[in-house]
Design a protein around this ligand. Sequence first.
Ligand SMILES: N[C@@H](CCC(=O)N[C@@H](CS)C(=O)NCC(=O)O)C(=O)O
Length: 211
Amino acid sequence: MELYVKAGPDGESIGDCPFAHFVRAVIHAKGLECKVIPRTKDNKPDWLVNDYDGKMPCLKNGDTIVTESSTIVNYLENSFTDVQVECDQDQSVLHLTQGFFPAFAAFMKKEEYDQKLWNCLNEELGKLDRHMETSGGPFLCKMFPTLADLNLGPKLYHLKITLAHFYPNKVNQMLPPRVKAYMEEVLACPPIAECSYPAEHVIAGWTAARK
Ligand SMILES: N[C@@H](CCC(=O)N[C@@H](CS)C(=O)NCC(=O)O)C(=O)O
């Protein structure tokens, strides 16, 4: 199996894509063998550009080719059933994982602090904070990480790094305590931590997006 992912600034290492990180975390959690192939916009294989719009992450398993992180993860869950990452409650926390990244990206893309965009992001963080009050575990659904955590964790990695980098004086007041605790827990869990990439890649990516 091969997974094509966005390359880092050097063109060869694994880049700052939270969607690819999600897929790699699921592959790790399931204990699957997979060759990760970082590609830039200029050196993607022709079949990926011509038949799949160059979309990454892209999983290739023999003749089967799948794009879109959530579709790839569904494919992996249905094809390799020895270890299931999804749990019964994962669907019920989708509202926590779906709204977060668009609100985060809108806020972080603006070079100047924008109160309205921060309020939108803060609303998403508030949902997560309230959920963690009653979730009963360090993770979203259980005492161990499930699909929802492996989805949200890579996005919180971007949040943690960019807030500390772009808002160093504000960061301590920006995150509700339960979100902070959850973030540390999820970023330390092996599927996320062991599939991570350098913080500098995240900063380089968002610095370019803020121009
Ligand atoms: N909705 C897609 C989003 C994937 C995406 O945005 N990938 C970006 C990086 S985060 C990418 O690979 N860009 C590099 C490229 O397209 O060459 C998914 O969930 O897979």
